[in-house]
Design a protein. Structure first.
Length: 98
């Protein structure tokens, strides 16, 4: 039986506190637990992935957020600009582990 490596969710974009302006999407705990079982971590637990929001597709890594035991997806400024995404916007996210 093939392992599910594709995920879809609708969630809110949030801004990391501070001056850096990093924006993230939190992957819910139940999906993060599946990723922990099937993902191939590197470095400090990052998981390579291909992400799509709207028409924009990019390769990135899921960030392990150990304080809450979930993964985060960073949404770079260039992607937010292309897709007109702002802090607290709800977005549909498709991602595949690679």
């Amino acid at each position: 039986m093939p392992v599910l490596k594709k995920f879809k969710l609708r969630t809110q974009v949030w801004r990391w506190p501070g001056d850096m302006g990093w924006h993230f999407i939190t992957i819910p705990k139940n999906i993060s637990e599946k990723i922990q079982k099937i993902g191939k971590p590197y470095g400090s637990g990052f998981i390579r992935s291909k992400v799509q929001i709207g028409k924009t597709v990019w390769q990135t890594a899921l960030f392990p957020y150990t304080r809450e035991n979930v993964y985060l997806i960073a949404v770079k400024k260039s992607i937010r600009q292309k897709e007109c995404i702002f802090d607290k916007d709800m977005v549909s996210v498709f991602f595949t582990l690679i």
